[in-house]
Structures are given as structure tokens and as C-alpha cells.
Design a protein around this ligand. Structure first.
Ligand SMILES: C[S@@+](CC[C@H](N)C(=O)[O-])C[C@H]1O[C@@H](n2cnc3c(N)ncnc32)[C@H](O)[C@@H]1O
Length: 190
């Protein structure tokens, strides 16, 4: 477990809770939000992004979904470095806009797009790879959706926070540019 990023994520949760219901998001499939907490934007460092995509053996035939895509770095790398098509899902307007603009600037619109949506509400059927950088309790709430919507054989890579109840096929360490350690969990949907 990476204490630094965990600390940042947990601090963000506290800030979100302190900001009150207007900062609220997104709790579960359908219906009103179950919680006024959400995972804040803490970007995955580039070297760790690369390791996540390598761990999932992403290639040109893949469609990578990043649930909570932040500034779009994972979906952009999936297309630019691994030749995949990719879809990000981002609830926060400013991040959706920033990442969509970056994709247009890089000329990747035909292969990468960002849905401005709640990741609990999107269709995941086309995904062959899913990436996650969400807190463990969010992964726990996502699990039924992943079990229902993902096709057998879909690879799921979770950064730093495992998916409770699933057994990883592989767990590897990744080191960021500044030496921080991350733990990556690879799952394959049976
Ligand atoms: C820890 S950041 C990870 C960003 C990016 N995936 C990365 O690894 O660099 C989590 C992201 O999830 C987004 N998020 C949180 N809850 C969400 C939801 N229900 N639907 C879509 N995005 C969400 C946040 O706005 C934030 O950008």
C-alpha cells in the first residue's frame, strides 16, 4: 500500500465531506447517491500508468476503460503508447473538459473519448481492460457492476487499492519517477 497516495486520497475524502452535500457524488448504481464522499483526483504517475497498461498486456485490439479518468492520462497513454482504443469516465466537469481538450489537441478523438458521467451508470460491455484508481470501498461498491457487465476474460488493473472479494492473478510493485511505491493488482474476469 502506498501511504503517500492513500494519505492524499483520504485527505481529499475528508475535504469533500467537509464541503457538504454540494460536493457530493455518486454512490451506487441508479437512484440517489449513497454517500457524500467521492474519490478525489490524485493522478497516477506516468511510469506507473505504463506499468498498469503493461500488466494488463494492453495492445491494439483492446478497448481500455478508465473508471474515474481524471486528466485522461491512462486512456491517452493506452492509445499513444499501446495502440489501443480507450474510454475514460469522469464525473467532474473540469476534468472531463480538460481531458477531452487534451485528446483533441493530440488528435486522438477517433480512438479515445471521455464520457462525462458517473462510472456506476455507464455501459461497460465493450471493455476488454478496465483500470481503476479508486479507494477500496469504492472498488467494493463497483464489484457487483463489474461482475454483471464485464465479459469473461476482461482484465482489470487496480492501482494501490484492491477489489475486495476478488483474487488477483498478479500483484506487482511499481515505482514512480520520484521513487514512490505503488502496488498494482491484476484481475481477470472469470
Ligand atoms: C484517484 S483519481 C484517478 C484519476 C486517473 N484514473 C489516474 O489514475 O490518474 C479518481 C478519479 O475518479 C473520479 N471519480 C470519482 N467518483 C467518480 C464517479 N462516480 N464517476 C466518475 N468519476 C469519478 C474523480 O473525479 C477522480 O478524477
Amino acid at each position: 500500500m502506498n501511504l503517500r497516495s492513500r494519505g492524499l486520497l483520504l485527505a481529499g475524502l475528508l475535504l469533500a465531506a467537509a464541503a457538504g452535500p454540494r460536493a457530493a457524488v455518486f454512490g451506487g448504481p441508479g437512484g440517489p447517491p449513497r454517500s457524500d464522499r467521492f474519490t478525489p483526483f490524485v493522478p497516477t504517475p506516468p511510469l506507473v500508468v505504463e506499468k498498469m497498461l503493461e500488466l494488463a498486456a494492453v495492445g491494439p485490439d483492446d478497448i481500455v476503460y478508465d473508471l474515474g479518468s481524471g486528466d485522461g492520462r491512462i486512456v491517452i497513454a493506452a492509445a499513444q503508447k499501446f495502440g489501443a482504443r480507450a474510454v475514460g469516465v469522469e464525473i467532474r466537469s473540469e476534468l472531463w473538459k480538460e481531458s477531452s481538450e487534451a485528446i483533441a489537441r493530440l488528435g486522438l478523438e477517433k480512438r479515445v473519448r471521455i464520457l462525462h458521467d458517473d462510472m456506476f451508470a455507464v455501459e461497460l460491455g465493450p471493455a476488454t481492460v478496465v483500470t481503476l484508481y479508486q479507494l477500496t470501498d469504492v472498488n467494493d461498491r463497483l464489484r457487483p457492476l463489474l461482475e454483471k457487465k464485464l465479459r469473461p476474460g476482461t482484465r482489470v488493473v487496480a492501482n494501490d487499492f484492491p477489489i475486495p472479494g476478488w483474487t488477483p492473478q498478479e500483484v506487482v510493485n511499481a515505482t514512480s519517477e520520484n521513487g514512490s511505491q505503488y502496488k498494482l493488482f491484476l484481475y481477470v474476469r472469470p
